[in-house]
Design a binder for this molecule. Sequence first.
Ligand code: ADP
Ligand code: MG
Length: 519
Amino acid sequence: MGDNQAHFWLGLTTGIAVCSVAFSVYTGMVLHQTLTAASKSAPAQTVVSKAGPAQIQFQQDDSPSSETLERLHSMFTINSEKLNQIVKHMIVEMRKGLQADGQALLMIPSHVVNRPTGREVGSFLALDLGGTNFRVCEVVLDGHSGARVRQSKHTITDAQKHMPANELFDFFADCVRKFLIEGFVNVPRGKEEAELQARTWKLGFTFSFAVNQTAIDRGICVYMGKGFVNPGIVGSDVVVLLQEAFKRKNLNIDVQALVNDTTGTLISHAYIQPSTRVGVILGTGTNCAYVEKMENIPKYKGDDAEYAKEMIINMEWGTFDDEQVVIPRTKYDKRVDRTFNQEGKATFEKLISGMYLGEIVRFVIVDLVKNGELFLAGGSPELNEPRSFETAFMSRIERDHTLDLNDTRSVLEEMLKIPRTTLADRRLVKTLCELVGKRSARLSAAGVAAVVTKMNKLDGCTVGIDGSLFELYPHFSNRMRDALREILGISAENIVLEQARDGSGQGAALIAALANEGN
Ligand code: ADP
Ligand code: MG
């Protein structure tokens, strides 16, 4: 049954991969034609009418300037050769990180040594703190690879990213209390508190930040990023912080497992697809976890090193290439690096994930406007506002296939209040989004290629991928597949990329269940 399933997915994915190659050859041709056509045509002209400045008219060619296009292409394109160098360097860094603590890639042992069988049963709570949202879930595992999930979602505000640890964790506990009470059925009004006190729950905590994990339910936060600068979290055991908040709020909840969202994604996808060996996050941030053989983790000295065959490693790959030796960065990437927290850190993440892509595009646009290459009627205060160009705008623009790029127009003119855009402007912005979006997908693929090569799994495995960027950004997975094929050749067919929905919530509950089995 498992085998049939695996073959089915393999077949399906091969089909998609073949289609995507055909598609990319086609788009490559179109792009080439556009560039050639543009270079042959006369340079874009601005004609000021004689009637005076009040009636300025722009008469423009519909294609952006070929010089600008070529410059952007060469800036943001990462070719196959470079991708291969990135893969090689990542494998070297992975080995170093497994050898000793304090390396560029943290390669954190997750303490998760089992993968689920699908026979896990029971009801578990899960909390998931990502970069954007905080979710509370109740997961009921049915013992047959099935689960029922109830959840509530809260957006984390900027103020919450700055408040002291205890206040933030009190907020989490309040959300859980409310969620539990909402879930009470047949409990008469006024009796909720008594019901709350009469019951106990087991919980898995997905905390998507770098943690030095000393046990399945113990971990000191070493680095946050993604805009979180709460005093009192870095340097503290986050399970203790959570457990104390539950105590302050009179909740009988036992935190059984501390989980990174990548580990959660891997585990929850393995519950439904046993060939899963890698979990990747592509959302606000990016990260990856994979199954490593115990003998390849020399730095791990825990008791389970004796009997466990494998352990999930949380790579914290966002900090890959912080020494800046292999990935080419543009001046715009450097500008983004400087304006977000932790300059010089999270190099890989800042080129890939949702928190940064829109801002890279915005910096380029602002520069193009300044150079007179875009929006001849000028930019806008909105465009000059940091982070005003969301990554979701790039998705909308890339999905815009109208002849006049009308949706792109509405993003630029209605949302960003650009006074006037020409078709050439909109085409240029769309190409720019494609370049930055494609680079993100190709770098993500280089990461996946490094991991499956290091694992020796080129003969086949599934990669579960969670996060809004992968889910909502058009062509993201096809672009990853194309890059994988360039790097791995025919072996790329054996690597299945699958959307892992709600990996982090369900995964944390499963890991709590697995931890509970061991007790
Ligand atoms: P988290 O990382 O907090 O777990 P998500 O996986 O939902 O949450 O990722 C949220 C991030 O995804 C947002 O910060 C944004 O950058 C990006 N995003 C949201 N919507 C889109 C979209 N339509 N297209 C591309 N990226 C998106
Ligand atoms: Mg998430």
